[in-house]
Write a protein that binds this ligand. Structure first.
Ligand code: ATP
Length: 284
């Protein structure tokens, strides 16, 4: 085998809570993560020599060793002393620095791709452990589906699949630095926290309305303070029939949940948001 093709799915947060700042400087989080159908496409092929080459259609991501896909490949090459070079082509569809874990999704796809390409025989659990070295969201991106994430985000408990639903996902014309948002969060003054247990119960019951009612992300306060147009976008989605609406991760991507693709498309068509990218995606 000389080439593998992979899909790298984005994620949204159904909940995001920050419990406390840990002595090691990381934030202890509790969040429900959901993989969605919006994805990047990767093609990994063998090259002579030992070069790791990144090729992408997106000017918004680093081309060299700063790319998370490069870091994932380097980790595998070093760990298994792989005597080969690889070219990683990334066809980016997931908006960059939007709270959708695009970089982590690409890194997870590279771990899976090299496992396949070199016949390493690693399990999903093994790949998740490697993923942890690359970033807190990478293990979830390896696993996919729906999960409760604790710790830095890497301690995962799988949850049942959510009922099928469509999303209208809005990416405003600016990016947000996750690090900056976490740094600006004042944990002692968080006004509204998710009731994570209740959302898990709704997921277990397959209750889409319950899930939508429970959507909550403590980072909204921080990102909304800097970008006051974001709560307005959430309201627009709700006014057009979204069962619930939330910012994903540290933002700025905001989504609304709709029961059917038809409802989502109708809502999206009626939105007028100059400069924003609008995606229809699905979960479950
Ligand atoms: P995070 O919460 O980790 O910041 P995010 O989902 O908000 O993630 P990403 O799209 O992963 O955002 O981008 C975060 C940063 O990672 C950007 O500054 C981007 O340049 C960098 N990056 C490195 N490699 C990639 C990649 N393959 N795809 C997207 N971004 C990448």
């Amino acid at each position: 085998m000389h080439k593998v093709e992979l899909e790298a799915k984005a994620k949204v947060n159904l909940t995001l809570d920050v419990l406390y700042k840990r002595p090691d400087g990381y934030h202890q989080v509790e969040m429900i993560m959901q993989a969605i159908s919006l994805k990047d496409h990767l093609v990994i092929s063998l090259l002579p020599g030992r070069e790791i080459k990144i090729v992408s259609n997106s000017p918004a991501i680093p081309g060299g060793e700063e790319n998370l896909a490069f870091k994932a490949a380097k980790l595998m090459v070093d760990e298994f002393d792989l005597d080969a070079g690889v070219e990683i082509k990334i066809f980016k569809e997931i908006p960059v620095a939007a709270g959708l874990a695009g970089g982590s999704a690409d890194a997870a796809a590279v771990l899976k791709g090299l496992n396949e390409l070199f016949g390493l025989g690693l399990t999903t659990k093994d790949l998740m452990r490697f993923g942890e070295k690359l970033g807190a969201d990478v293990p979830f991106c390896v696993m996919g589906g729906t999960a409760l994430a604790r710790g830095k985000g890497e301690e995962l408990t799988p949850l049942p699949a959510v009922p099928p639903a469509s999303l209208v996902l809005i990416k405003p014309p600016f990016s947000v630095s996750s690090r900056e948002v976490y740094n600006r969060l004042n944990i002692n003054s968080i006004r509204k926290r998710p009731v994570t247990r209740a959302v898990i119960e709704s997921i277990e019951k397959g209750d889409l309305e319950g899930i939508s009612r429970g959507l909550c992300n403590v980072l909204e306060e921080v990102t909304f303070a800097k970008h006051p147009e974001l709560p307005g976008i959430k309201e627009m989605l709700k006014a057009r029939g979204a069962l619930g609406s939330l910012m994903s991760g540290s933002g700025p991507a905001v989504y609304g949940i709709f029961e059917t693709r038809h409802d989502a498309e109708k809502a999206a068509a009626s939105l007028s948001l100059p400069g924003c990218e609008i995606f229809i995606s699905c979960m479950g």
